[in-house]
Ligand binder design. Structure first.
Ligand SMILES: *Cc1c(COP(=O)(O)O)cnc(C)c1O
Length: 379
């Protein structure tokens, strides 16, 4: 089965990891500092704080912003559950907003409707790797902080501006299916030195100094000033991340080539619709999503996914709407009909395989399979 995404580990990656593994320092140390510097250089941001998952990065970001019980955070429902779960981790309440049917980004008008005196943050998702237009949401945010869940968007740009470059707060994931992996890992990037410092403290039990800072200031004392977590990334993982970051450009180039090919071939199929994607060369193409026109097909989206999987194409769904997950329905009484646009998209969308190691033949196979399955499924 051709998966929808797959990591690639090179000989250079293995050498970089081995070097750290056989060295004197295994957990958060010089390799994490180097990885953070590499991230700053790649993204062009002021501060980067590496942690041990993208989910931890979201939790750190919201905690560092001082969000807690009684606060509301607006999130989209077309996302991985972690986006909304992080709001629950800090004891705040997620409020789900609609997405735009064409761009699949959060709908600024719905954010404006749902924002209130309790809203402390609006988390947006650069879905699939398309850097969304932030200007309308920024206006809708009023007093709330805009947080970007950029797990899909490492290396994505909009009008030349890199995602995270000037962000008050953006988070990334280095899970194997994302652009760059540290096995598990993530990062908070921010333009604020204060926010970075708070995130750094939160990832290390809420201790006021970490080992590096203690060594630099020649002190052995550490004080716990708030309740934090152990969200530290290991030096072994960071070494993999730095080595992988060197190949980000190459990976993005290949993803963009594949996406262009898909767009050229699939645009011609009237039963399918490709979401608005802007300049394909600015997109990070973590996912390649397509929407079906159900009225032109005699199978559902699930049926189409099944048929593609029977052809060894690992088509899948990103994502089932978060507000319709059993946990959210039970805890918050959310139900179908609350977010009609999101629910319609979630019923029509599917993900096709896209990752740098895909060969041209793999791409041909996907296009052929989609073509024949759609023909089979048409009236
Ligand atoms: C992957 C992902 C996360 C979580 O990242 P992990 O590293 O798996 O914890 C959060 N949000 C989105 C949109 C993601 O795709």
């Amino acid at each position: 089965m051709l998966p929808y995404g797959r990591h690639a580990v090179s000989d250079d990656d293995v050498r970089a990891v081995n070097e750290v593994l056989l060295g004197p320092w295994l957990t958060t140390g010089p390799s994490v500092e180097r990885f953070e510097a590499d991230l700053r250089r790649t993204i062009g941001c002021e501060h980067a704080v590496a942690v041990n998952s993208g989910t931890a990065a979201l939790h750190c970001a919201l905690a560092a912003l001082g969000i807690g019980p009684g606060d509301e955070v607006i999130v989209p429902a077309l996302t991985f559950v972690a986006t909304a779960n992080a709001v629950l981790y800090v004891g705040a309440t997620p409020v789900f907003a609609e997405i735009d049917a064409r761009s699949l980004a959060i709908d600024a008008a719905d954010v404006a409707r749902k924002i209130g005196s309790r809203t402390r943050a609006v988390v947006v998702v650069h879905y699939a790797g398309a850097a969304m237009d932030l200007s309308a949401v920024e206006r809708a945010c009023e007093h709330a902080v805009l947080v970007e869940d950029a797990a899909h968007a490492l290396g994505a740009r909009r009008a030349g501006k890199v995602v995270g470059e000037r962000s008050r707060c953006a988070t990334f994931s280095f899970h194997p299916v994302k652009h760059v992996t540290t096995t598990e890992g993530g990062a908070v990037v921010t333009s604020s030195a204060d926010l970075a410092e708070r995130a750094r403290r939160f990832r290390n039990h809420g201790l006021s100094t970490d080992v590096q800072a203690r060594e630099r200031s020649r002190t052995w004392r550490a004080e716990m000033v708030e309740l934090g977590f152990n969200y530290r990334l290991s030096d072994v993982a960071a070494a993999l991340g730095s080595s992988q970051l060197h190949r980000l450009g190459q990976g993005l180039y290949r993803r963009r080539r594949i996406a262009r090919r898909y767009i050229d071939e699939l645009e011609r199929i009237p039963q399918l619709e490709i979401p608005e994607h802007g300049d394909p060369d600015e997109h990070a193409w973590h996912l390649f999503p397509v929407l079906i026109h159900p009225e032109r097909l005699r199978v559902t989206r699930d049926g189409l996914i099944e048929a593609l999987r029977a052809e060894n194409i690992g088509a899948t769904l990103h994502y089932p709407a978060v507000h319709l997950q059993p946990y959210y329905k039970q805890r918050f009484g959310t139900s179908a009909g609350m977010l009609p646009v999101t629910e319609d998209v979630c019923a029509r969308i599917l993900t096709l395989p896209i990752f740098p190691a895909m060969t041209d033949e793999d791409v041909d196979n996907v296009v052929e399979a989609v073509d024949s399955v759609v023909r089979w499924a048409s009236h």
